[in-house]
Structures are given as C-alpha cells and as structure tokens.
Design a protein around this ligand. Structure first.
Ligand code: NAP
Length: 250
C-alpha cells in the first residue's frame, strides 16, 4: 500500500479477473479510484469492485460491455466523466485467444481476435484520450504480448493483434505527446492466469522451458510495471514496449 497513484482516476478493461484484476487492485492500493470494464460475469465484476472499495477506491465501479463495440467506448468515457470527473489512466488490457494453426484458422477467428484485442483498444483510446486532451495529461498502457514482438506458432490472430497494439501505442505516443499524454505497452510473456491455464501440459511445459528465470510470471509481476507506468514517476517515458517475461524474449 502506498500513494504512487494518489487521486488518479483509472479505467482498466478486462479488470475483473486475471492480469487486469491484479492491476486494478494494485492501482487501488496505491491510492487510485478505479473503474473496470468487462464483458462476462457481472457477479465476478461485482466481487472485484468490493475488493477495490476495501482497498480505498471507495467510488469504484464496473461497466459491462464489449470493448469492440464503438458505443461501449463512448459509454465508458461518459461514465468516467460523470462519476470520476476525469480519466488519468487507461489500461487497455481486455483480450482473448482463439489458437489454431494458420492453415486451419478461419477468417472469422482471425477477425474476432483482431476486433477485441486491437480494435477494442483503438476505440477506447479514441474516446478516453478525448477526455485526457481536455485535461492536458494522461497515461495509456496497452497490454501487448511477447507473441506480438516475436510471433508464436498457433497464434496468427493473437500475435497479429498484439503486434498491432504496438503500432497503436507508438502512434498514440507520437500524436498525443504534445498534449501531455503518454502511451506505453507492456509485453507479458507466460503469465499464470485462466488464459494460460487453458493450454495443455505439453504447451505449458514448452513455454516454461523457454523462460530463463524458469517460472511462469504472476499477474502481480505485470501489475508492478503498470503501476509505475501509470505514476508520475514515468511521466517522461512514452512510446516504449517493455517485456515482463522472465527473459523469454532473449
Ligand atoms: P483472462 O484471465 O482471460 O482475462 C481476460 C479479461 O479480458 C477478462 O476480464 C475478460 O472479461 C476481458 N475481456 C475479454 N473479452 C472482452 C471484451 N470483448 N470486452 C471486454 N472485456 C473483455 O486473461 P489474462 O491472462 O488476464 O490476460 C489479460 C491481457 O494480458 C490480455 O490482453 C492478454 O492477451 C494479455 N496477455 C496475457 C498473457 C498471459 O500469459 N496470461 C501473456 C501476454 C499477454 P470477462 O471475464 O468479462 O470475459
């Protein structure tokens, strides 16, 4: 518990579970008021909101919707303005996988993953950065992946979406830097969440064997960097892609 994010207002997509939840809790523990936006189970989101309130984010709230729906991004921006008065930090974390070899992957699967992982982040950035521009400050953190930096067999859709997020991050940093807005990407490696628990034993073992530090990462490993990037201590850092992967990338 600290005050690195004291009084900051943050919106975290996919914040009810996994990496997003860890980030939400870490932000609240550092003094932020936190909103989360998810697609699925409202009871899970409500539980996370209670945990956020217990950590001091007394005005925490959850939004239910699909980040790839342009209307949802507009609604999210309106809620941030009406409830929190502003948005200082946006974490584009919501994401899905739908793995399969390139030759067998359907165009529908490819487009769905791109739509949620990449178009979703674009839409949220567009609406929320409009708020940030009026404030003349803000920080955006996009959840990319090591798969977006070096590709991954069986993940043509996912790797493309995560590589696209890096392009979005760099362009956002260039376009909005003059307005006091930073944009950075985190590229996690193999992190222990529902997403990786869905892999079979062989896939898990192969992934862990490629990690110099010899263990999967935890959601907290990612949250530690997200807190720093969202804080004023990172106010001169923009357009960066930082791997948090136990050395998997090297
Ligand atoms: P997770 O446990 O499966 O959580 C995914 C989150 O995204 C959930 O909160 C989910 O909400 C939300 N979400 C999915 N589709 C959505 C949509 N259309 N609209 C709004 N929210 C949606 O995954 P995770 O492992 O925490 O991953 C979080 C992020 O880190 C993802 O972008 C992922 O690609 C990235 N990442 C993960 C790893 C890893 O090893 N785990 C590695 C690299 C990058 P619901 O619960 O409501 O469905």
């Amino acid at each position: 518990m600290g005050d690195l994010l004291k009084d900051k207002r943050a919106l975290i997509t996919g914040g009810s579970r996994g990496i997003g939840k860890s980030i939400a809790l870490a932000f609240a523990g550092e003094g932020a008021q936190v909103a989360i936006a998810d697609y699925g189970d409202e009871a899970v989101a409500a539980e996370t909101v209670e945990e956020l309130k217990a950590l001091g984010s007394y005005a925490a709230f959850a939004l239910k919707g699909d980040v790839s729906d342009p209307e949802f991004a507009k609604v999210a921006a309106i809620h941030m303005k009406d409830i929190f008065g502003r948005c200082d930090v946006l974490v584009n974390n919501a994401g899905i996988t739908d793995d399969g070899l390139l030759l067998r992957m359907t165009p529908e699967s490819f487009e769905r993953v791109l739509r949620i992982n990449l178009t979703g982040a674009f839409l949220m950035t567009k609406e929320i950065s409009a708020l940030m521009m009026k404030q003349k400050r803000g920080g955006i953190v996009n959840m990319s992946s090591v798969a977006g930096v070096k590709g991954n067999a069986g993940q043509a859709n996912y790797s493309s979406s995560k590589a696209g997020l890096i392009g979005l991050t760099l362009t956002t940093a260039k376009e909005l830097g003059s307005r006091g807005i930073t944009a950075n990407a985190i590229a996690p490696g193999f992190i222990d969440t529902a997403m990786t628990q869905a892999l079979n034993d062989r896939q898990r073992e192969a992934s862990i064997a490629a990690i110099p530090l010899g263990r999967p990462g935890t959601p907290e490993d990612i949250a530690n960097l997200a807190v720093f990037l969202a804080s004023d201590r990172a106010s001169y850092i923009t357009g960066q892609v930082i791997c948090v992967d136990g050395g998997m990338i090297i």
